[in-house]
Ligand binder design. Structure first.
Ligand code: PEP
Ligand code: MN
Length: 275
């Protein structure tokens, strides 16, 4: 049994601190590009999302790409770029560790480690990430059951690192109209099973910029602990995942509506396509 992760271990929800952010208190927004591409791109994005209320910056330096011919990320140089961007905009950041060798540089410069969907059951990476003492954002693999997610979290908790946040990023479906199937009910069931915070990743779940805002609002209304969304200054020019990136005006609108939801109950906000 996943004893440490379970609600039996701890009835109330855990708080997980990453820099100035506390997951499990309100709805935490993480935003930034899929991949760090250059200094101007990460700086502009960091500045914009922080000014619009994002509490944390994201950006990939080591990218797990389906094709070996696709942009693989800037590597260590990307970590240095996001480190100065987050310092300039005064918010903490999360970056994915693809392998154990990435951990020393990440630990020096970032506030939270992401373990991506493809590595959810890379048990030696889970243990090594846990032992750094950094908080870990653990994404659900595309075909993982909820029990498998919780056992993966248990690997981290067993190392004495209690700072784990889970992320629902869509499971593999049968219909190409969305990139994956966003499993909202599964994420809510996770919250029944575990005291760990659970956030949503509508970017990888849907693969479509038009669906990000309504899925974030649904996640917030349903009681999840936050969302991580991809934002790019010029999505058509993005080196990865451009079709699911919000541009700046779309991110600004999302934050406005999220604040309306927080402060005024459920607004009647139809999908852009249905307005
Ligand atoms: C990402 O966050 O950029 C990413 C690759 O996510 P996932 O592991 O969910 O595919
Ligand atoms: Mn991405």
């Amino acid at each position: 049994m996943y004893t440490l992760a379970s609600r039996q271990e701890r009835a109330s929800g855990s708080r997980v601190r990453a820099g100035s952010v506390i997951f499990g208190e309100g709805f935490t927004m993480i935003a930034g590009p899929c991949a760090i591409e250059n200094r101007a791109q990460i700086n502009a994005t960091a500045r914009f999302v922080a000014a619009r209320g994002a509490q944390m910056l994201r950006g990939g330096a080591y990218k797990p790409r389906t094709s070996p011919y696709a942009f693989q990320g800037l590597g260590d140089e990307g970590v240095l770029l996001i480190a100065q961007a987050k310092a300039a905009s005064d918010i903490p950041c999360v970056v994915e560790a693809l392998r154990e060798a990435d951990l020393p540089v990440l630990c020096k410069h970032v506030d939270m480690l992401q373990i991506g969907a493809r590595n959810m059951q890379n048990f030696s990476l889970l243990r090594a990430a846990a032992r750094t003492g950094k908080p870990v954002l653990l994404k659900r693999a595309a075909s993982a059951t909820l029990d498998e997610v919780l056992y993966a979290a248990e690997y981290i908790l067993l190392e004495g690192n209690r700072n784990v946040v889970l992320c629902e990023r869509g499971v593999r479906g049968f219909d190409a109209h969305t990139r994956n199937l966003f499993d909202l009910a599964g994420a809510l069931r996770l919250k029944e099973l575990t005291h760990l915070p659970v956030i949503a990743d509508p970017s990888h779940a849907t693969g479509r910029a038009s669906l990000i805002e309504p899925v974030v609002l649904a996640a917030a209304a349903a009681g999840l602990d936050g969302a991580i969304v991809e934002v790019h200054p010029d999505p058509p020019a993005a080196l990865s995942d451009g079709e699911q990136a919000l541009d700046f005006p779309a991110f600004e609108r999302l934050m406005r509506r999220l604040n309306a939801l927080r402060h005024g109950g459920l607004p009647n906000i139809p999908l852009a396509a249905c307005r």
